[in-house]
Design a protein around this ligand. Structure first.
Ligand SMILES: Nc1ncnc2c1ncn2[C@@H]1O[C@H](COP(=O)(O)OP(=O)(O)OP(=O)(O)O)[C@@H](O)[C@H]1O
Ligand SMILES: [Mg+2]
Length: 296
């Protein structure tokens, strides 16, 4: 293993004493339409979809026009978390059988959802042309919403990196587990290589307490600064809460059913933070960012 990489990993595993970053979770850019936020992770199963649907529902309750696109191409399940049965999805849009508008359904809490397709190899392996066409279609929707969330798959495949490069902000989700932390750093490295202008916000999910979350933020923040010259934004944490799997089992959304539970309260705080940033600040159009990624 090259010594640089060895020291990156060593530093990720060690506690650091640097002060927690106080920068805003989702920093500014001038924009005229919906802000696009990609929710992503290096390791799978860290809680992206649960976060994306609960944030969407909470923001919709706050009278924001929110669209959640299940962009986990191939293994989509946001509709299952929302307790919504099958129907048209992104695969129908990509194959030209319906428009994005026609694939948009109303979800609990009042947000709009575009389902992803599950178990379709051709969706998981979209080529650059198909991905570009899909991104252009999404760009046409930005005038209709205040916020568009993209729930991506895990890892550093071209679909994930493409959606992240096109978004105004990327919310990287990790848990405190060393494997998730290492993969989060690997993903951030790939994001920055794909588009050095990407703004990375880090959220620690399933934290035991705020102290544990702070330690993870400090470790990843320090390694990103040192080895990538990148300052990442602290998007906070969501506590580990047995109410989360319980709500999923009953196909209910925690932020609607139990907003005062430990995780529900964290998600509500994050929703308010995103709302403040999304309404205060306006960024580059989704399409312009996407076009520069396709050209690069
Ligand atoms: N804060 C939390 N506390 C307890 N359990 C949680 C929390 N967040 C998520 N989980 C659990 O983690 C599991 C994975 O969540 P989720 O499906 O949202 O992850 P994901 O990152 O979208 O996974 P994938 O990479 O497969 O798309 C769920 O079963 C959920 O119950
Ligand atoms: Mg998911």
């Amino acid at each position: 293993m090259p010594s640089d990489q060895a020291s990156e990993l060593r530093q990720l595993m060690e506690a650091t004493e640097s002060a927690p970053t106080r920068r805003s979770a989702l920093a500014s850019k001038d924009r005229r339409a919906a802000r696009v936020l990609a929710v992503t992770s290096g390791k799978g199963g860290v809680g992206k979809t649960n976060l994306a649907v609960n944030l969407s529902a909470r923001l919709a309750q706050m009278n924001r026009r929110v669209l959640l696109i299940d962009a986990d191409l191939g293994l989509a399940n946001a509709d299952v978390l929302c307790g919504i049965g099958g129907g048209v999805n992104l695969a129908h849009v990509v194959s030209g059988r319906c428009s994005l508008d026609e694939a948009t359904i109303k979800a609990p809490g009042g947000f709009h959802l575009i389902r992803g397709a599950s178990g379709l190899a051709q969706m998981a392996a979209l080529n650059e042309f198909e991905r570009g066409r899909l991104l252009r279609m999404i760009d046409r929707l930005v005038q209709n919403y205040d916020l568009i969330l993209l729930d991506t798959g895990a890892g550093i495949g071209p679909n994930v990196l493409g959606f992240c490069a096109a978004a105004d902000d990327v919310l990287v989700v990790t848990t405190p587990e060393p494997t998730a932390v290492t993969d989060a750093y690997g993903l951030i490295k790939s994001l920055v290589r794909t588009d050095e202008a990407t703004r990375v916000n880090l959220l620690v999910n399933m934290a035991r307490d705020p102290h544990e979350a702070r330690g993870v933020h400090q470790r990843i923040g320090a390694v990103c600064r040192r080895f990538l010259g990148l300052s990442i934004h602290d998007a906070g944490y969501v506590l580990y809460d047995p109410k989360v799997p319980q709500a999923i089992r009953y196909r209910k959304l925690l932020t609607l059913q139990e907003p005062d539970s430990p995780a529900g309260a964290c998600l509500t705080r994050l929703a308010h933070r995103i709302d403040r940033e999304a309404t205060d600040q306006r960024g580059h159009s989704f399409f312009r960012r996407m076009a520069s990624w396709l050209a690069g």
